[in-house]
Design a protein around this ligand. Structure first.
Ligand code: FEO
Length: 465
């Protein structure tokens, strides 16, 4: 696909509709776009290569965009193979091109392409600029957004941010669909663990004058940019985006599902506007994870199974904790025919999650709903619904009467809900200046070394909150 972004910046990427799972796990029913850009000036540059099976199409696009001119620079923002797989093919076609990256970029190039030689290389530092003529690219390192070597590039003459994976989404460019839905599933799934690092880079790019964002996936963004920045701030700050209830469940014989459907009906009757229900055995797990991060309240419903919990629920909670799930209000529905233990197990698996508020009216079902467990479901519905109304009426005050997770970083019950939630979500600790790893804690031990890149305390800075 060849398309002008501006008179001198040309899109040369490709859509992929044959892909079943992006990164080996994410369903992409509307395909995927691998973006790449050519800049034409006194010097020419291409920003990032492309996934291997699109190499031929992409090389033809680059050639057409250059229109007979030589290629001076290959800028490598990200080494994940959906963007780097065609580096060798590009070098073979344009052997005199100078490859531009940082130290980590070139380490990874050697790992992915052992022995690949270049005629010219340019190793850049964070904040360093590359003049192409009228255009100037300034490189902004964005470690762990989403790999350690990632860097963005800001082009100042046309106010364009080449944002690497940030602001990308699932879906090919020839499909018209809502941006936020698939950008949220993409962000939470792929970058969700690295909220502190995203917050750090957001602070840097928000200080720039930006008219256009060119990500490595998804559409070019050229209007309403504040809305996109705001969503990224919410997501990376682990703040709920939408007031609503997400219910995620597993059900073996349908009895737990009956309780979930009763809860859904009651919540609807009580005026809860947004209710998302996910059967974890049958839904796209990434959609359920997205919903859990999107809404402010989460209900988990499952059975005791082999002295543990049903496998899909265990897997789901693992997806949440792996992505630093935090700062939400939770309730539980458990079902067991002789020794219900699912509630304790779910709480145990969530023990490391910060700032969870557990509601009072949880539900225990023994085999099937009866009078007592039905009463518990109705009480839970009332508490969940009231939580919303009271939070609104009190200007964000948490009056749920819930108790904070015993292992939470701080007890938020009785505090000003939304404001304190934002405070609790603020990153605390020390960030590795080399790779972006974040150490959480007030004191960084003198002998600490980064588990990602092995650097010592001299390379760490306090996380700005
Ligand atoms: Fe689009 Fe992190 O690769």
């Amino acid at each position: 696909m060849l398309r002008k972004i501006t008179d001198s910046i040309i899109y040369v990427g490709a859509d992929d509709h044959e892909l079943d799972l992006f990164e080996g796990q994410y369903a992409v029913p509307n395909g995927m776009a691998y973006n790449s850009y050519v800049i034409l000036d006194d010097k020419t540059a291409v920003l990032d290569t492309i996934e291997q099976k699109k190499t031929a199409e992409w090389l033809a696009n680059v050639e057409a965009a250059l229109d007979g001119r030589p290629l001076d620079y290959l800028i490598v923002q990200h080494m994940e193979p959906d963007h780097s797989a065609s580096i060798k093919s590009l070098i073979e076609k344009y052997p005199d091109v100078a490859v531009v990256g940082n130290k980590k970029t070139f380490q990874m190039i050697e790992q992915f392409f052992p022995g690949l030689a270049f005629a010219h290389t340019l190793v850049v530092a964070d904040g360093e600029a590359l003049e192409l003529g009228r255009h100037t690219l300034t490189f902004l390192f964005a470690p762990m957004v989403h790999w350690p070597e990632v860097m963005m590039a800001y082009e100042s003459s046309e106010k364009v941010l080449f944002s690497a994976d940030a602001f990308g989404k699932f879906g090919a460019l020839d499909r018209d669909e809502d941006w936020a839905c698939e950008a949220r599933r993409y962000y939470i799934g792929i970058v969700g663990k690295y909220g502190a690092q995203v917050q750090n880079v957001l602070k840097r790019v928000e200080a720039l004058a930006i008219d256009i964002i060119c990500p490595l996936h998804g559409p070019t963004l050229d209007s309403g940019l504040d809305d996109y920045f705001n969503l990224y701030d919410i997501w990376s700050g682990y703040q709920p985006e939408t007031k609503g209830v997400c219910i995620c469940y597993t059900s073996v014989y349908g009895n737990t599902e009956k309780a979930v459907r009763l809860l859904e009906t009651e919540l609807s009757k009580l005026g809860v506007e947004h209710i998302a229900v996910n059967d974890l055995a049958r839904c796209d797990m990434a959609e359920a994870v997205e919903d859990a991060f999107r809404y402010d309240r989460l209900v988990l419903a499952t059975t005791t199974y082999n002295s543990d919990i049903f496998p899909f629920m265990k897997q789901f909670i693992d997806h949440l904790t792996e992505r630093n799930f935090q700062n939400r209000t939770l309730a539980f529905i458990e079902n067991g025919s002789w020794a219900p233990a699912a509630m304790k197990k779910m709480q145990k698996y969530l023990a490391e999650a910060k700032a969870l508020r557990i509601l009072e009216n949880n539900v225990t079902i023994k085999s099937a709903l009866n009078e007592e467990s039905t009463r518990q479901v109705l009480a839970l519905a009332a508490e969940l619904a009231a939580y919303t109304e009271q939070a609104h009426d009190a200007g964000g005050e948490d009056t749920a009467g819930g108790k904070a997770n015993d292992n939470a970083g701080s007890d938020v019950s009785g505090s000003n809900g939304e404001d304190s939630a934002a405070e609790n979500a603020s990153p605390k600790g020390f960030v590795c200046n080399i790779c972006g790893y974040v150490f959480e804690g007030d004191v960084l031990p003198d002998d600490f070394t980064c588990p990602l890149c092995g650097r010592g305390v001299a390379d760490f800075s306090p996380v700005e909150s």
